[in-house]
Design a protein around this ligand. Structure first.
Ligand code: PGA
Length: 250
């Protein structure tokens, strides 16, 4: 079902003590304000701490990545079962940093999607074009192919476990935000692409988040667009005041 969602992607930031502090501040701050579903994604070593700390809160915890295999000789990797065993039922897949720095392809992501869905997990599926794609007016084609090749093999019934996050790579961590109109245009395009591949109900029911330099001063106008259901927040999610201001902007 389509919902308003604000998710914080903490990336490789915050040690255990810093994570504990941010979590307890968030819990105190977000207890009342939130109309949106709030999700935070600390790094792997701090996930257990986060699920313990947030047990009595409505804030959910997501992992930033996971491996596609069930288990085995994959040194340094984390499985869906490990995440679920500590009550992490949501995972971010396909973030542009994973695609760019860790070679994650659409094909690999489609396998990760299958594994996460087989475990009943919710996926925040990220995609978005690079600057040269937008400059060459190729951004719609790139987004369409990322969706088709990474995600559109799933069944109609599995869409209830999907949250989409459109994140133009040129807007991530750069201070450069897509304008609310650019975000709306792409989000409407994404829904029309889903209508073609599936149907209207699925297209209307899926939550589509925007990500890329969302800050307290621009969140409200971006979230006001009809096809934008919330945000995936990087830098601004590391500070309790700015993250809760963004959550309140929904
Ligand atoms: P940013 O990151 O808000 O720092 O631009 C967004 C993201 O990478 O999800």
């Amino acid at each position: 079902m389509r919902k308003k969602i604000v998710a914080g992607n903490w990336k490789m930031n915050k040690n255990l003590a810093e994570t504990g502090e941010l979590l307890s501040n968030l819990k105190a701050k977000l207890g009342k304000v939130s109309e949106a579903e709030v999700i935070v994604a600390p790094t792997f070593t701090n996930l257990y701490r986060a699920t313990e700390e947030l047990k009595s809160s409505s804030v959910k915890v997501a992992a930033q990545n996971m491996h596609q295999a069930e288990n085995g000789a994959y040194t340094g990797e984390i499985s869906a079962d490990m995440l679920k065993s500590i009550d992490v039922n949501t995972v971010i897949l396909g973030h542009s940093e994973r695609r760019a720095y860790f070679g994650e392809t659409d094909e690999l992501l489609s396998q990760k999607v299958n594994t996460a869905l087989n475990h009943g997990m919710t996926i925040i599926f990220c995609f978005g074009e690079e600057l040269q794609d937008r400059k060459s007016n190729n951004h719609f084609a790139v987004v369409e192919s990322q969706l088709k090749n990474g995600l559109f093999h799933i069944d109609t019934s599995q869409w209830k476990n999907i949250i989409l996050a459109y994140e133009p790579v040129w807007a991530i961590g750069t201070g450069e935000t897509a304008s609310p109109e650019q975000a709306q245009e792409m989000h409407a395009f994404i829904r029309s692409t889903i209508v073609k591949a599936y149907n209207e109900t699925i297209a209307n029911d899926v939550s589509i988040l925007y990500g890329g330099s969302v800050k307290p001063n621009n969140a409200e106008e971006i979230f006001a667009k009809p096809d934008v259901d919330g945000g995936l927040i990087g830098g601004a999610s590391l500070d309790v005041e700015s993250f809760s201001a963004i959550v309140s902007a929904i």
